[in-house]
Design a protein around this ligand. Structure first.
Ligand code: WQD
Length: 337
């Protein structure tokens, strides 16, 4: 099966390309390289031993997308390409709504026109906002997103649901990610944040590598065991494998199928527990201070993952410790280059 992977040069996209190939799929990568670079393609090639087709295309470019769909007969699409910086989305909401939603609709229209039956959408646990109860299940009510980025994921899910309901001959799954961390064990691909990382783990690894003076822990007065926020940190390779499972499930489902899955480990850890694990597993001391809360942060969330375990036959296999070891090895490699 030939699968279009949009944003395939990105963090989760590149790891998913590797797992698709391992599972016998035929990935085709498109990426506009806005938030990634071509070196990633080299890393994928070194891991897989293959040169997958790559097109530098922006998913908002309907003409280029239709040309591609006419040229390559796809059996499915995994859509990662989107702007994803929460803080930036608050400053530039129109860029986020335009880029993330227009690109989605361009792809869906092309899938209907060229009879591409399977669609996997990269959604996010941010659709839950601060849940009233944790862990969250797929029926935990969504809450108004606390950022335009999060809102593009919620609206994106609604666009897909309504599109499928119109029976375009497309089936779809939305995967609600929690906090992807880590890197491929080979250290040939990993997370490449642009500029100052807003996410926790790349900031930690850059601090440990001496690229940042110190990590600030945003708040230690939350209602948790040690006062710091709780998250569901999932190894990016486990998350990548969930996309393969989603395609396999779609393949066996009836036409016009649509469903949503939480993709998390089912365990919550605090920021300080993650830091302590990072120090232990890598044998180093991290320079960090406790600072004020970051606006918009939710206190605690982690997944109840029974549905993805039982229906999609996927479960997280790697531990947070393994992810933090892989993240550090990746940082060491890119810092040495
Ligand atoms: C995690 C925790 C921070 C940086 C984001 C996106 C979400 C999803 C996952 C895509 C929080 C704390 C962080 C730092 C810190 N992405 N932190 N110091 O905010 O949970 O979610 O990534 O789907 O959409 O919003 O991730 O890594 O920014 O923060 O203390 O320098 O680490 O307060 O508690 P977040 P994060």
């Amino acid at each position: 099966m030939k699968i279009l992977v949009t944003g395939g040069a990105g963090f989760i996209g590149s790891h998913t390309v590797v797992e698709l190939d391992k599972a016998g799929f035929e990935p085709v990568i498109i990426d506009n390289l806005y938030n990634s670079n071509r070196d990633v393609l080299e890393g994928i090639k070194q891991i897989s031993g293959k040169d997958f087709p790559f097109y530098e295309i922006d998913c908002n470019d309907s003409e280029k997308i239709r040309e591609l769909f006419a040229k390559e007969r796809f059996d499915g699409v995994i859509h990662f390409a989107a702007y994803k910086a929460v803080g930036e989305s608050v400053e530039k909401p129109l860029n986020y709504y335009e880029n993330n939603l227009i690109s989605l609709m361009v792809l869906l229209r092309a899938m209907a026109e060229f009879n591409v039956p399977n669609f996997v959408f990269s959604s996010s646990c941010t659709v839950y906002g601060q849940p009233d109860a944790i862990p969250v299940t797929e029926s935990t009510p969504r809450k108004p997103a606390n950022s335009p980025y999060g809102n593009t994921k919620a609206i994106g899910e609604d666009i897909i649901r309504d599109f499928i309901y119109a029976k375009p001959g497309v089936k779809a799954i939305s995967l609600r990610y929690f906090n992807p961390i880590g890197a491929h064990e080979s250290s040939l691909i990993g997370e490449l944040p642009n500029g100052v990382p807003s996410n926790l783990v790349p900031f930690i690894t850059q601090t440990a590598a001496g690229l940042r003076k110190s990590l600030t822990v945003f708040g230690s007065d939350y209602d948790t065991s040690d006062g710091t926020c709780i998250r569901d940190f999932i190894h990016v390779v486990d998350l990548a494998k969930a996309h393969v499972k989603a395609l396999e499930l779609l393949n066996s489902e009836s036409p016009d199928y649509y469903d949503v899955f939480n993709v998390g480990t089912g365990e919550g850890y605090t920021v300080l527990e993650l830091i302590n694990t990072f120090e232990q597993v890598n044998g180093l001391k991290l320079n960090y201070t406790i600072g004020p809360r970051r606006e918009g942060d939710i206190e605690k969330i982690y997944a109840q993952s029974d549905k993805v375990n039982n229906v999609m036959k996927w479960r997280a296999e790697k531990t947070m410790a393994e992810a933090l070891r892989d993240a550090w090895n990746w940082q060491l490699k890119i810092t040495a280059e």
